[in-house]
Structures are given as C-alpha cells and as structure tokens.
Design a protein around this ligand. Structure first.
Ligand SMILES: *Cc1c(COP(=O)(O)O)cnc(C)c1O
Length: 384
C-alpha cells in the first residue's frame, strides 16, 4: 500500500480512477449516491461524523469537489447549482464597496449581471485584460479589490496573461478570480499561476455530456473571501445536488481523454479553415496568427482547447445561413459536450456585446474530424 501511494498520478490517471475512491462498506468501485437530507445525532448530542444537514453537508458533493480540487492543485473546491451561481457568489461575498476590474470579452451572461453590480454598492471597469497597461491603468488604489478575468474568453478567445494580472492584482491588495471554463484544468492551472480563485461552468467540459448544469470554485492559499463564500452557499442552499454531483463525477472520469481529443480536432479544423475564401478570420489561440498565441503557448500546457470561431466575409446573414446548412454540427448554445455545437453568438448576447454579427462560435465534440470539416465546408459553399 505504501508503494502505491508513492506513485505520482497524472491528471489522466487521477480522473479515470476518480481520485482512487471506492465505497468503503461494499468495496464497490463506483461510489453510491448519498441522498439523505439529514443525519443522526450522536447520543451525547454531537455530530462526530461531521454531517448535520443536507443543505451544506453531502458526501457525493464532497467527492466531486475533492477531485476538482486535486485537478486544480487547490486546497478546497465548492460546487454550485450552476456556473452563474458560483460566479455571482464571489461578487456577493464582497463585504464593502469594491471596485472590480473585469475582462471586456467574457461569457455574456456574467458580463450582463456584472453591469448591474452597482445595486450592491460595487463598481466595475471592463478593460481589455490582454493589454497589461490597460489593466494597470484601471486600478484605483485603495478601491480595487477584485480582478475577474476569463481566458481564453468567449467568443473571440482572447488570451489574458494570468501570472501578470495576478501580480498587478496582488500589488493592488486585490484578489484575482479566473473563469477557466474554456481552458479546463487539463490545459491551464490558474491557481499555480497566482490566481486566488478559479471558477468553472462545470456544465461544460468538466461534465462533458450536456446533461448537468453545475458550477465550481476552487481556491488555494487562504483567500480572505473563501469562508464567506462557503457560508453563503450553505445559507442560500445553492450547492449542487447529490445526484448531479454523482453524474459530474462520472463525466469527469473521461475528462483528460475527451478534452485532449476535442482540442486536437479543434486545432486541425482551425488550421484547415485558415484561408477559406468565405472566411474573413479564424479565431483559435492555437494558431500562430492569433494575437494571444504567444501567451497562450506559455500558460496553456498540452493544448489550446476545443473552442474556435469563424467570421464570414459576407456578414451576419451569411453566418446565420451557414448555421442553418450544417447537418452534423448542432445549432445550440453551450459548449464542452461530446457533440459538436455551432452558434450564431451575437443573436444571444445582449447590449454592449463585443461579439461581431458575422461570427459563428464552434464547440468541437468527439465526432470524426474529417466529417466535421466536410459538413462545415459544405455549409460554407451552400450558403455562399
Ligand atoms: C457557460 C459559462 C458560464 C455560465 O455557466 P452556467 O453553468 O451556464 O451557469 C460561465 N462562464 C463561461 C466561460 C461559460 O461558458
């Protein structure tokens, strides 16, 4: 047994074996789902097992959190009922009026919520966080308490230098939170690069099967907001359900294999599409032509993710027509599942969106790369 614990576990091994967990009672290699809403008190009135009530305490939730914490080199992780529940809780945990510096290009749902953050007494500056001078210039000494970045960011796949922004944040006495949904823990570990909190929409790559809505936060190094975030989750009842946590754990067992295959196909399709006569641009951080490629190559290890976008020379109508002509790609929002998705993004994004109308966002699944290419290029020529 001692020998076994000395083997260094790669992420691939770690997730495949769900951190080596099994049911201690039956020795089943798949854990049962713990559904109990309440737990027996000891005769002396204590709760020695540490479980009191289901709104805060559940083994199935903790097992999935433990695996994510291991993947992110984190001290702790907390699962929520959605990525938005996770992200908004960080902001709601701020206890005095705070100035926030946030990426201009980011998941539209969170950006539109952040735009209304004034109602909680906070203020926000949206800046191009790929431009470090702009990030420095946005700092308000004594007021800026939180930096929120997304990298690669939706839907232009802008790259922000996590380590550099962490330095700026810490010099200002602020914390850095990174939405790493697109990068996944396989390709980027923001906490190891200096971030204080990493957030994922676990709905996407972590679960990977488009059948769970979930979010997660993970932290390292005694982040001052963490205790309050944990308390709020218990008080609000916003933790993920045991059943969804179990499904997420099942999904995560193939995380490493899935995202590496998805990134390989995305890289292949993106480079094949460069120079296509119907396209004005192919946006993918793995392409040398991408503005953020150099930074991406430094902070994304082993792959550039499974998301890319294309821009149509003939504009918005042509983009919508292409999405209407595909057969294999599914016209749907979301990302990170085993089935490929295509989306005319500006139709869903609200006011102030930096997304151009001629853009289609593609989430590459696990289908055959040549079939995906054929379907897309056929749609490009039919629509033209
Ligand atoms: C989907 C998504 C979110 C929101 O997560 P939900 O689980 O849908 O609430 C946040 N950030 C990114 C990058 C996303 O793709």
């Amino acid at each position: 047994m001692d020998d076994q614990t000395k083997i260094r576990r790669s992420t691939r091994t770690l997730v495949a074996q769900a951190s080596g967990s099994h049911d201690p009672v039956t020795k089943a290699i798949v854990q049962p789902i713990h559904m109990s809403a309440t737990y027996l008190r000891d005769a002396d009135n204590g709760y020695r097992a540490g479980y009191v009530y289901g709104r805060s305490d559940n083994v199935s939730v903790q097992q999935a959190e433990g695996l994510i914490a291991a993947l992110e080199d984190a001290d702790a992780a907390l699962l929520f009922g959605s990525g938005m529940a996770a992200a908004t809780t960080v902001l709601l945990a701020l206890d005095k009026p705070t100035h926030i510096v946030a990426s201009q290009v980011m998941y539209w749902g969170f950006r539109s919520w952040l735009r209304g953050i004034g109602r909680y007494g906070h203020s926000v500056s949206f800046v191009d966080t790929s431009d470090l001078d702009a990030v420095r210039a946005a700092v308000r000494p004594g007021e800026t308490g939180l930096f929120w970045i997304e990298t690669p960011s939706n839907p232009l796949w802008t790259i922000t230098d996590i380590a550099a922004v962490a330095d700026i944040a810490h010099a200002a006495g602020a914390i850095l939170c990174v939405d790493s949904t697109v990068a996944t823990p396989i390709f980027t570990k923001p906490l190891s690069l200096g971030a204080d909190i990493v957030m994922h929409s676990a709905t996407k790559y972590l679960n990977g099967h488009s059948d769970v809505v979930a979010g997660v936060l993970a932290t390292v190094g005694g982040c001052p907001l963490w205790e309050r975030i944990r308390d709020m989750r218990g008080q609000f009842g916003s933790a993920l359900s045991p059943f969804d946590s179990w499904l997420l754990m099942r999904g995560m067992r193939t995380l490493d294999v899935r995202v590496r295959a998805q990134a390989a196909t995305a890289a292949k399709l993106a480079s094949q599409l460069v120079g296509h006569p119907a396209l004005a641009a192919v946006l993918y951080p793995g392409l040398e032509s991408h503005v953020g490629h150099k930074v991406a190559r430094r902070q994304m290890v082993g792959g550039f993710g499974g998301m890319f976008s294309i821009r149509l020379k003939k504009g918005e109508k042509a983009a919508i027509a292409v999405a209407a002509c595909v057969e294999l790609w599914n016209r749907a929002t979301s990302m990170g599942g085993v089935e490929s998705l295509i989306e005319h993004r500006s139709s869903i994004e609200g006011e102030g969106s930096p997304c151009p109308g001629d853009l289609l966002r593609l989430s590459v699944g696990l289908e055959d790369a040549d079939e995906l290419y054929y379907d897309l290029t056929r749609a490009l020529s039919v629509a033209a």
